[in-house]
Design a protein around this ligand. Structure first.
Ligand code: GLU
Length: 296
């Protein structure tokens, strides 16, 4: 992208987990975050969230990056791989433990089965007979409120919904919530555009940012593609045939899903030019349904 001397403050990102192929649902997040960054003359970054080896599909990070490139999207800074960022997560974890904001927990999944939220069992020390397993962050009996650019004003009292939540799993791996917060700050992300399925993580992430003294980005959660049965497409199909379609048609479908009434029949290059010029976040409908059998 051409820069004209002034330093653009906008930094957006797409953060796929390499657990499958690029599908219609993930393409929506990639395109929405990309266009939001480009229309603000900002930077767009890709971060590979490969911190969960048990769920990783070998080769999928490479294929996701290849497919994004074929669609015309590339990270404007060197890629960040979360698997290479363990030291930063450990540092954040240690700070939280040292300041008393996080604590070791000895509860197993079986111990907690049936309790919707963490009941606080190990908050004041691990009871006799249990061994340290995971690490949890303390949450307060207080409302976390934020204003989502697409979903409006939201409020959550974490103590009532989830309770103290895990930042390091029992297998020793950093939890998604910690890694994403550390990395959004590390990469200087100013706005997070992602699917509504991650809306429920947002108050937790804001709480962690506050505990770590990190800035809170602006959030915009777009609707996710659901099939007629109301299930998330990626879950239903594993990978849908999005990359099997001509790229311009797939891009057109994504833009329409995002409420951008693009002309039909443009080449991929012209479609991008149109999209960057005409992109309006506010055109994204609050909720959408994607009919997999009759895409329009
Ligand atoms: N890695 C997450 C996913 O693929 C997205 C994380 C995020 O955008 O915050 O669902």
């Amino acid at each position: 992208m051409l820069r004209t001397g002034t330093c653009s403050p906008y930094v957006g990102r797409f953060a796929p987990s390499p657990t499958g192929e690029l599908h219609f649902g993930s393409l929506i997040s990639a395109v929405a975050s990309y266009l939001q960054a480009k229309s603000a003359d900002g930077e767009w970054l890709i971060r590979i969230e490969d911190i969960d080896p048990p769920r990783e599909v070998p080769g999928s990070a490479r294929r996701i990056l290849r497919d994004l490139r074929l669609f015309g999207m590339q990270s404007e800074r060197p890629l960040v791989y979360q698997s290479e960022r363990t030291a930063a997560y450990h540092q954040a974890r240690d700070r939280l433990i040292e300041s008393g904001k996080a604590f070791w927990c000895g509860c197993s999944r079986a111990d907690l089965a049936g309790s919707g939220r963490y009941p606080g069992t190990c908050r004041n020390g691990i009871p006799k007979g249990k061994l340290p397993r995971s690490i949890r962050i303390r949450v307060d009996d207080r409302i976390v409120s934020f204003s989502d650019r697409l979903q409006g004003k939201l409020e959550e009292n974490l103590q009532q919904t989830v309770g103290d939540f895990v930042i390091q799993r029992a297998d020793g791996l950093p939890a998604y919530q910690l890694a994403v917060v550390v990395d959004d700050a590390y990469q200087g992300v100013t706005e997070v555009v992602r699917g509504m399925d991650l809306l429920e993580s947002t108050a937790r992430q804001i709480h962690l940012q506050r505990c770590l003294g990190l800035p809170t980005p602006v959030y915009a959660h777009h609707p996710i593609a659901l099939g007629d049965d109301g299930r998330k497409l990626s879950k239903r199909y594993g990978s849908d045939p999005i990359t099997a379609l001509p790229h311009a048609s797939a891009l057109e479908m994504v833009l329409r899903f995002l409420g951008q009434s693009c002309p039909s029949g443009l080449s991929q290059g012209d479609l991008w030019l149109w999209a960057v010029e005409n992109w309006k976040l506010s055109n994204i409908p609050p909720a959408s349904r994607y009919n997999a059998s009759t895409p329009q």
